[in-house]
Design a protein around this ligand. Structure first.
Ligand SMILES: Nc1ncnc2c1ncn2[C@@H]1O[C@H](COP(=O)(O)OP(=O)(O)OP(=O)(O)O)[C@@H](O)[C@H]1O
Length: 325
C-alpha cells in the first residue's frame, strides 16, 4: 500500500463574498481509512468536497489527492477518485444497467468487458434484480446506490460520498450504511460527509467536525468517545421533585426536563441505583427512556456553542492521519 496520503489538505480556505465557507481546514486521509467530515447544514462540507473534485477553486491553502494537485496536474488529480456531490444524476428513461454501460463506455469499456464490470458493481450495491428497470421508477435510495455503482465502475482507490444517506428512509439509510461498511471492509479509502453523528460513528475511523467553516474536532472516533458526556436518560416518576433530590444526593447530573420528567446523565449502573432508591422511597416509575447518545450530545455541544468557546480545546490536529487498516 502506498504511503502517499489519499487526501492532504492544508489550510484550505474558500470564501463566497463576505462568507468564509471553509476557513483554514486541514485534513489528512490515509489510504485504507474511512474518514468522516461531519457538521450541521451550512458547515462547509460540500464546499470542501467540491474543491476536492475541482468544481471550485480554493482561495487559499493546498490540496493534494494521492500526491496530485489541481494547479499542477489538472484533471489527472482525479485519477483513482470517484464519487458524487449531493445526488448522482442519471438518464431517467434508461435502465440502471444501460446508464452504467454508457458510463463504462465513456471510460473505454465496451461489449462483454463492460457487461462484466457492470454486473459486478450492480451486485456490490444490491441492484442486480432491478437493473433492467428504468431509473425513473427507482426509489431515492436505489438511485443513491446506483450512484455508488457508477463510482465503483472506475475501480477507484478513493470513494468520495457527499451525505450519501441524506433524504433516505430508514431502510434506505440501513442499506446505504451497510454498503459503505462493506466497501470500507474491502480496503477502499472512503471520505464521506454527513450531518449524522450516529452514521459517522458507525462507519468512520477518523472524523473532522466542522461548524461554520471551521474545525471544532479533528481526530479519531475512539478519542472523541472518551470525551463524550455520560448517556442521557429521561425519567418520569410519580414524584419528580423527590426523585430529583435523591438523584442529587447520589451525585447524579439531573435536572427537570423542559417538557416534563427529569433529564439525567449517568452510567447505566448509576441509573440502576437511582431507580432502586426511588422505588425504595415509595415513588413509582412512570417511564424511563434513553436520550441522545453520548457522541450525539458531544456533537451538539461542539457545533451549537458560540464560536471561540472552549470547544477549541478538543481540536487535536496531530492525530488525524493514522491508517489503522
Ligand atoms: N456557490 C455559493 N455561493 C454562495 N454561498 C455559498 C455557495 N456554496 C455554498 N455557500 C455557502 O457556504 C456555506 C457552506 O455551504 P456548504 O453547502 O458547503 O455546507 P454543508 O456543510 O455542505 O451544508 P449542507 O449539509 O446544508 O449541504 C453555506 O453558508 C452556504 O450557503
Amino acid at each position: 500500500m502506498s504511503d502517499v496520503l489519499a487526501v492532504d489538505a492544508v489550510d484550505l480556505t474558500k470564501t463566497f463574498g463576505p462568507l468564509t465557507a471553509v476557513d483554514h481546514i486541514s485534513l489528512r486521509v490515509a489510504p485504507g481509512e474511512v474518514y468522516g467530515v461531519l457538521g450541521p447544514n451550512g458547515a462547509g462540507k460540500t464546499t470542501l468536497l467540491r474543491m476536492l473534485f475541482g468544481l471550485i477553486r480554493p482561495d487559499g491553502g493546498t490540496l493534494e489527492v494521492f500526491g496530485r494537485s489541481w494547479p499542477r496536474d489538472g484533471v489527472r488529480t482525479l485519477d483513482g477518485v470517484a464519487g458524487f456531490i449531493e445526488s448522482p444524476r442519471f438518464y431517467p428513461a434508461l435502465s440502471g444497467r444501460r446508464n452504467l454501460e454508457l458510463l463504462a463506455g465513456l471510460d473505454g469499456l465496451h461489449g462483454a468487458a463492460a457487461r462484466r464490470r457492470v454486473d459486478e458493481v450492480l451486485d456490490t450495491v444490491d441492484l442486480t434484480g432491478r437493473d433492467r428497470d428504468k431509473v425513473r421508477g427507482y426509489s431515492f435510495g436505489m438511485r443513491q446506490r446506483l450512484g455508488v455503482a457508477a463510482a465503483l465502475l472506475r475501480d477507484p482507490r478513493l470513494l468520495v460520498l457527499d451525505e450519501p444517506a441524506n433524504g433516505l428512509d430508514p431502510a434506505g439509510i440501513r442499506d446505504m450504511r451497510a454498503l459503505v461498511k462493506r466497501l470500507a471492509g474491502s480496503g477502499l479509502t472512503v471520505l464521506l460527509s454527513s450531518h449524522d453523528m450516529a452514521e459517522v460513528e458507525q462507519i468512520c475511523d477518523d472524523v473532522t467536525i466542522m461548524r461554520t467553516g471551521q474545525v471544532v474536532y479533528h481526530g479519531s472516533i475512539a478519542a472523541l468517545r472518551e470525551q463524550a458526556p455520560a448517556q442521557a436518560h429521561r425519567l418520569v416518576t410519580s414524584d419528580d421533585e423527590h426523585t430529583l433530590a435523591i438523584a442529587h444526593r447520589m451525585g447524579l447530573d439531573a435536572r427537570a426536563a423542559e417538557d416534563g420528567g427529569l433529564a439525567i446523565r449517568g452510567r447505566e449502573v448509576q441509573v440502576d441505583e437511582l431507580i432502586a432508591a426511588v422505588v425504595t422511597a415509595g415513588i413509582r416509575i412512570r417511564g424511563l427512556a434513553l436520550g441522545e447518545t453520548p457522541l450525539e450530545a458531544l456533537f451538539f455541544m461542539l457545533t451549537e456553542s458560540a464560536p471561540n468557546t472552549p470547544t477549541a480545546e478538543l481540536d487535536e490536529p496531530a492525530t488525524a492521519t493514522g491508517a489503522r487498516r
